[in-house]
Design a protein around this ligand. Sequence first.
Ligand code: SF4
Length: 454
Amino acid sequence: MTVIRLPTAQPPDCVLGARPDVTESAGAYRATGGYWSATIRPDELLHHLEASGLRGRGGAGFPVAVKLRAVREGGAVPVVVANGEEGEPGSVKDRWLLRARPHLVLDGLARAAAMTGAARGYVYLSDPEAGARVRRALAEHPPPLPIEVVETDRTYVAGEESAVVRRIDGGPALPTAKPPRPFERGVGGAPTLVSNVETLARIALTASRPGLRRRIARSTLVTLSGGRGTPLLTEIPYGVPLRTLAAAHGTPDAAGALMGGLFGGLVDARGLDLPLEPGALAAAGTALGCGAIRFLAAGTCPVTAAAEAVGHLAAESARQCGVCVTGTAAVHGALRALAAGTAGPDTLANLTRWAQGLPGRGACGLLDAAAGTAGSLLRAFPRTLPSHLGAACPACAADLTAADLTAAGLTAAGPGRLAVAVPEVSETPSPPSPPTTPSARTALSAPPVLKGTP
Ligand code: SF4
């Protein structure tokens, strides 16, 4: 796993920071203008967030200022939660962020508390290494409100906001029926802001650099994997074509991509001309989600990719909603049969019906992701599918050996090839950042900056 800084991500104005390979100390963070060295009033910051158009980075992309106002006006003293539970198998940004820049996240959480009037906060995560770094950061720089670290097991649904509330309240990390949503009734019954850790990092950056609010709001961390390249975590401005990212990742001839983690479905090779911008992606029927993109190498069959993705979702179903249990299993079975060449004549019609009828029927987005993946396969690769009826696809057969079927999660055995390792981050305290003169900025921007586990 490699972290690189593309020329557009310049410290200290980016989330990647100056040293993505080392846990940032409180002193180093303060030297970049962090914590309350930036004396911006909460209402002023809320105005800047609204004007910037910052949207959440957990997957749904909801406007941050709207969510903050809803929690503030909830009629009781609110609670704020930094959500660092990262269930998407292809995403590493949240765990990296908590390991490398815990103070940036904690600063954002304290700012969110000030904007909403919250009296206590939580950091919710599943990565023990991230938990240790956050606890150390809390001891190093005591926050202005009580903040507790709550750990959970890593699953696909544990980071869904109602599951977060349920776990913090002492229950299982499983989604609940909505309404009420956490902003109405969350932890302990109080209005609760559940905010992704990258979102909070961008709130903190906006507080210290309001003049750069739009640039901060229109950049994003992305995890690139699949294809022929080494998995890559980087930060880019909105608008970069997916094809440029594919080339940066080492797969310039990608046949398509699995977008948004498992939430944005598949795009074909022409879809790689789309810019990485939430509005443009939504208009094309896909999504940025949590910023995880898995490229398909040339020659990879999209049916196999869809079967892998839905196989993982079926294995991760919380099995609370009957329609999710039967729906994800049915979609997975159909895709697997297509990949194996054993699908019956009704398979494509069934997939079409499920893709249209299943979304919105579960308590969380997992079922939507499974149905959406099937729908995107039908839309983006219409000419590929008929050849899978009644005959084994050579590309699928070459891609998935019997052993792969287990490794890929097609037998509900886990994330398999979809998993990406989190970059290594050294605990060695980083020295105070040098002053941000033009010459220092040039020296800090030299890529690549970190190599970690493969
Ligand atoms: S839709 Fe599926 S994963 Fe989500 S709560 Fe229901 S059973 Fe669980």
